[in-house]
Write a protein that binds this ligand. Structure first.
Ligand code: GLU
Length: 495
């Protein structure tokens, strides 16, 4: 038995960066396509010309690439040219298709030209509200006959094209039943909506209209999308029916809430993929985290590779209850992924953060040094953005005697300790000093100067990092070349 190949889509409106909620929708659709051997389509819903921008589309495409969610059809990831047999993939390039479809509805009598002005429509809504009825627009008592409507349009009048939910002679109320893959059976009475606009009087098609036509023409089989679209589904079902198109299966995903149980928004801090990228989160960790914000693995496992995610993914495991965005868990997950990265990869991912902080760490080209430094530091890092404050101590150009060192500098024994430290360093033959060698050097400085405790350790600390506070010296000293340590103590002696 051959079944229809799965085709799913992610259909963002390019009105800003990709939000984590959108990223989750994209991830679920992507995983479902991979799991079933289907196709994952990217469709840009940019008919809202006031809010959609070219720049937002570019940003969202970049965010999807960053997350590693590769699409099979849609705008090409680099050139943005259409890629695939069902294009164009940007709604703003499909206007003709929508207008032709609207004409079909008008001709079949399922839609009508509505010449009423905004003021007239507002007055109707006001009257409805006053009589306690929902402000839903219905067709006027007598429709303008099609030939007359066309003649008026030809003369320059404008009219919207409205879908007529309830035609004369049809039962006033029908029930539409959606078998939602997440929410189960959802019943919509047809009078939940009034006659809705398909094409605005300015000629622009409306989201619900475009979306239904595109899902049908692009042969979409399953739609996983945010719960806020549930109320659109009735209109879309009516459109599928009117055109005689097969409806995809729908699954409406539960909301993602902030810790205060309100819908996740900018108020809660970082919410876009770009925010998280800049804060040093890694795409694998973010994907793994959002996977679990609305879905769970059958055995409760939390860290899942992309391959495992694909293998385990089924829509039966979506949670219909809202997910709460847990920053602490995301941070934990990121640190787990960070520690598991091969050092070469981790080092390369740290570069933009080190560069941004103005750090130059040429030692990093030495594989052994790099391994040593990353082993020492990575357990102190939860995000990539934690690197600069750890690596700063290793950049010679950043060394200076900080104001916090003033007191230590003034101690009577400090100069003596610095001189002995320098001479011990000079006696050391190798380029680097190991941790036990450093302990032995400290002991010799103590013996030579007769200084001990705080009076000994603090001056050495200042001679290495310019301040009495910071990462433990036994971690830092082995990562600094002898020449660099000598140079630093020299600068202290001169100060
Ligand atoms: N363009 C819609 C949005 O960005 C998505 C519509 C859909 O998935 O059906 O919210």
């Amino acid at each position: 038995m051959s079944s229809t190949p799965v085709r799913v889509r992610f259909a963002p409106s390019p009105t800003g960066y990709l939000h984590v909620g959108g990223a989750r929708t994209a991830l679920y659709n992507f995983l479902y396509a991979k799991k079933t051997g289907g196709e994952f389509i990217l469709r840009v819903e940019d008919t809202d010309l006031e809010r959609s921008t070219e720049e937002s589309m570019r940003m969202q495409i970049n965010d999807l690439k960053w997350l590693g969610l590769k699409w099979d059809e849609g705008p090409h990831p680099e050139t943005h040219a259409d890629m695939g047999p069902y294009g164009p993939y940007r709604q703003s390039h499909r206007k003709e298709i929508y207008l032709q479809h609207a004409q079909k509805l008008v001709e079949s009598g399922r839609a009508y030209y509505d010449f009423r002005t905004d003021a007239e429509l507002d007055a109707i809504k006001e009257r409805l509200i006053k009589t306690g009825k929902p402000p839903q627009i219905e067709a006027p008592e007598t429709l303008v006959p099609l030939t007359e409507a066309r003649a008026r349009l030809a003369k320059g009048e404008t009219a919207a094209i409205r879908f007529q939910v309830n035609r004369k002679g049809e039962p006033e109320k029908r029930e539409y039943v959606l078998n939602d893959l997440v929410r189960g059976e959802v019943k919509f009475p047809s009078d939940m909506v009034g006659d809705f606009v398909c094409i605005r009087s300015n000629g622009m098609p409306v989201y619900n209209f475009c979306c239904a036509i595109d899902d049908a023409l692009m042969k979409i089989t399953h739609v996983f999308r945010a719960e806020e679209h549930l109320s659109n589904t009735l209109r879309q079902m009516m459109l599928f029916e009117a055109f005689g198109y097969a409806s995809p299966k729908f699954g409406h995903l539960s909301f993602i809430l902030g810790p205060d149980k309100q819908k996740l928004s900018k108020r809660h801090g970082a919410t876009s993929c770009n925010d998280f990228r800049l804060k040093g989160y890694m795409p694998e960790a973010l994907c793994n985290f959002i996977l679990l914000s609305g879905w769970s693995s059958p055995d409760g496992r939390e860290i899942l590779s992309r391959e495992e995610q694909i293998e385990l993914f089924t829509y039966e495991r979506f949670n219909s209850a809202p997910a709460v965005f847990d920053d602490t868990k995301l941070l934990w997950m990121n640190s787990m992924y960070l520690r598991a990265l091969p050092h070469e990869e981790l080092w390369s991912r740290l570069q933009p953060f080190l560069k941004e902080a103005g750090l130059t760490i040429p030692q990093g080209d030495d594989v052994q040094w790099r391994d040593h430094a990353l082993s020492a530091f990575k357990t102190s890092m939860q995000t990539l953005a934690d690197a600069p404050k750890l690596f700063e101590a290793l950049d010679d150009s950043k060394f200076s005697l900080k104001p916090e060192a003033t007191e230590v500098k003034a101690w009577p024994d400090t100069l003596k300790v610095w001189a002995a430290w320098k001479s011990e360093l000079e006696k050391h033959a190798a380029k680097y000093i190991t941790e036990p060698e450093f302990a032995a050097i400290q002991d010799r400085v103590k013996d030579q100067t007769g200084v001990k405790g705080k009076q000994l350790f603090q001056p050495i600390r200042v001679a290495v990092i310019g301040t009495p506070q910071g990462t433990e010296l036994k971690v830092l000293v082995p990562l600094l070349a002898k020449s660099s340590l000598i140079n630093r103590v020299d600068r202290c002696l001169k100060a």
